[in-house]
Design a protein around this ligand. Structure first.
Ligand SMILES: NC(=O)c1ccc[n+]([C@@H]2O[C@H](COP(=O)([O-])OP(=O)(O)OC[C@H]3O[C@@H](n4cnc5c(N)ncnc54)[C@H](OP(=O)(O)O)[C@@H]3O)[C@@H](O)[C@H]2O)c1
Length: 340
């Protein structure tokens, strides 16, 4: 088998292919012959040493794959072998063969190819938790989706449209026409305009009921201000941390000084709430994950879940895939294909 290892913290050249013996599934696991691997922003943060959840290098990251089950461990129904599946992998996903618990494996709906199947788990589960579970978005409400052109952003757009909400989204201007075609009601060029002023203008000074914000730092303060009464702010990332050229510790220190601190009395009086989402820390909540995934896969069948793969890169070009995302070129998902 082959894996892409982060050999040390650094630029894309620290990603190296290594060969190993094929893994064998333990009891309760399956071995997947991997066809496609979803690339996530967290993988880039891990490579740069900015993702505390990731294992220390040398390590193999990767949260999601799709492929064909090649072998089943003890206690797993053998007829599962040969099935096309998508799977959550807590690291080790950048591999052309991987073992995972059968509980983290889901059959791919007939409508999906392997590339689009690999684009589903992290983006749609995160968006589902943000929008439906913790954000409680309802028909007739409004939502501001930051990074609307990213993988989670497009998933959040699909779900919000399905619920019947009015959608506002920030992204680079070059992504606006695509986002409008996808159904976004109000794109905002947050890199050249003050998004808070834009939201207030577009909502006649009221604000929105839900904001989902993966930018972090001082952006969270502004997002909170964009909420109307009963509004909820979902915080789920710190993309801003990659923008500075400072050392790792200084980058974190800067981030912390920019973060808002929420006061319970202030929240009460404003009739607002704030919450956080980290899908990587939901690993022990498999029943919830399975239930959400079922809703999402039903959405594929019904047509409102539309995973969008911007580009695929061959397995040995993971560095190019990272660079493409870091240069903000992607709209939706970037996927590595193994050629298996
Ligand atoms: N907590 C969780 O469970 C969870 C799960 C998944 C993702 N996340 C977080 O959500 C965020 C988006 O993830 P994703 O996988 O959807 O991302 P993605 O598809 O890789 O999207 C990247 C996009 O983010 C925007 N962006 C904003 N700040 C950026 C920066 N400093 N450098 C590069 N791009 C930047 C760019 O869009 P524009 O050109 O429009 O600016 C870029 O195209 C990340 O912070 C990620 O860590 C969190």
């Amino acid at each position: 088998m082959k894996q892409i290892s982060i050999t040390r913290y650094g630029d894309t050249d620290v990603l190296k292919i290594q060969e190993k013996n094929d893994p064998e599934p333990s009891a309760g696991e399956v071995l997947i012959n991997v066809k496609a691997i979803g690339v996530n922003f967290a993988d880039i943060l891990a490579r740069k040493g900015l993702y505390p959840d990731a294992p220390k290098p040398p390590c193999v990251v990767g949260y999601e794959v799709s492929g064909i089950i090649e072998a089943a461990g003890q206690g797993v129904e053998p007829s599962i072998v040969g099935q096309s599946v998508l799977a959550l992998t807590r690291f080790n996903g950048y591999s052309d063969k991987v073992c995972v618990s059968e509980k983290n494996v889901f059959a791919i709906p007939a409508a999906l190819d392997f590339e689009r199947a690999a684009a589903i788990p992290v983006n749609y589960l995160t968006a589902y938790q943000l929008i439906c579970v913790m954000g409680g978005l309802k028909k007739g409400e409004s939502v501001l989706i930051h990074n609307a052109g990213g993988g989670v952003g497009l998933a959040a757009l699909d779900i919000s449209m399905h619920l019947g909400a009015t959608t506002y989204g920030t992204s680079s201007a070059g992504k606006h026409s695509f986002l409008k075609e996808r159904g976004l009601n109000h794109p905002i060029d947050y890199r050249n305009q003050d998004f808070l002023a834009s939201i207030m203008r577009l909502t006649n000074g009221q604000g929105v009921e839900l904001v989902i914000d993966p930018i972090g730092g001082k952006n969270w303060k502004k997002s909170y201000k964009a909420l109307r009464s009963t509004g909820r702010l979902g915080m789920f990332g710190v993309s801003t941390v990659t923008e500075s050229k400072m050392g790792r510790l200084l980058q974190f220190a800067r981030l912390i000084t920019q973060m808002p601190w929420y006061n319970p009395l202030g929240l009460m009086n404003a009739n607002k709430s704030v919450f956080g989402v980290n899908l990587g820390h939901m690993w022990n909540e498999r029943d919830k994950i399975a239930e959400w995934m079922q809703e999402i896969l039903n959405g594929v069948e019904q047509g409102w879940v539309r995973p969008h793969v911007d580009r695929t890169f061959p397995f040995d070009q993971a560095g190019e895939a990272h660079a493409y995302i870091e240069a903000r070129k992607n709209i939706g998902k970037i996927v590595l294909v193994t050629g298996r």
